[in-house]
Design a protein around this ligand. Structure first.
Ligand SMILES: NC(=O)c1ccc[n+]([C@@H]2O[C@H](COP(=O)([O-])OP(=O)(O)OC[C@H]3O[C@@H](n4cnc5c(N)ncnc54)[C@H](OP(=O)(O)O)[C@@H]3O)[C@@H](O)[C@H]2O)c1
Length: 248
């Protein structure tokens, strides 16, 4: 398939490498200028953001959520038939407070409104490390699953098939307005679950508690960093803290 990616942070870059490895055609752009791609580790062809949207079937947007309004003029030119995937998550300490989300609007509904287009929410509930290193063949009983939400069933199926091909099971997590169930602070978020476990975790999510638990995890990481005097914790430590707090 023909993909465009906007954003060459860890997630955009890892997706680009996996797609190219699987034989897909990939173009990648930085929203703030092609020169910002220099020195970054991605696969595919580096292009200007104006060109990344041309002659593609799927556009993957992997930017900080606060940056989405800045690409509205580009998204306005994306062909109707192109499936748009958004990977973003909202962290107020990093993104600044977005009032509508603070007042209860589902993050991806806000994202879709900013872009002026329907989106499929995917690649948001696995850590970059998980996405890069923990995909497995389809016969593995421990295969990790990713949540995929969106309003168009056929677009969602295409995205679920891509996720499957890249090494993960996919769970249909409902419409975009259901996608709060895979936001930061929920049991489904970055906890490395199998398909059955993820299906249960999505049901267990609590909308009111999620922002509190999201912030509690950040506080726990800050405490641990202070205790360990800057020594970094492992990927397993991160997953275990997420599991403990998001299930509390
Ligand atoms: N990292 C994870 O484990 C993870 C997991 C799942 C989902 N996500 C979500 O996926 C999205 C991408 O995350 P990421 O960690 O891959 O990378 P990121 O640090 O959010 O950066 C992604 C890209 O956005 C660019 N960028 C940063 N600020 C920008 C701005 N104000 N305007 C336009 N472009 C800007 C970056 O360019 P520069 O490098 O030049 O700054 C980079 O190319 C985020 O919304 C994140 O919350 C992350």
């Amino acid at each position: 398939m023909r993909f465009g990616i906007i954003g060459a942070g860890p997630i955009g870059s890892i997706i680009s490498k996996k797609l190219v490895k699987n034989g897909h055609d990939v173009k990648i752009a930085d929203a703030r200028g092609v020169e910002r791609l220099e020195g970054k580790e991605f696969a595919g062809t580096a292009v200007r953001v104006e060109d990344v949207i041309k002659n593609i079937e799927v556009l993957i947007i992997s930017l900080p959520i606060k940056a989405l309004p800045s690409i509205r003029n580009i998204i306005d030119q994306v062909g109707e038939e192109v499936i748009i995937i958004d990977t973003s998550n909202y962290y107020p300490f990093r993104d600044g407070k977005i009032e509508e989300i603070e007042n209860g609007m589902v993050e991806s509904v806000w994202a879709s409104n900013q872009l002026g287009r329907p989106i499929i929410k995917a690649f948001n509930n696995l850590l970059a490390y998980t996405l890069e290193n923990e995909g497995t063949s389809e016969d593995s009983s421990e295969r990790i699953a990713m949540a995929v939400a969106g309003n168009d069933p056929s677009q969602k199926q295409v995205v679920m098939d891509i996720v499957y091909e890249l090494g993960f099971d996919a769970v249909d997590s409902g419409s975009l307005s259901d996608s709060w169930r895979q936001q930061p602070g929920t049991p489904a978020y970055c906890t490395e679950l199998t398909k059955d476990e993820l299906t249960k975790a999505l049901k267990k999510a609590n909308k009111e508690k999620a922002p509190l638990l999201r912030d509690k995890v950040m506080e726990r990481f800050a405490e641990l960093l202070a205790e360990k005097k800057g020594v970094e914790f492992s990927h397993n430590d991160i997953v275990n803290i997420n599991r403990e707090i998001y299930n509390s």
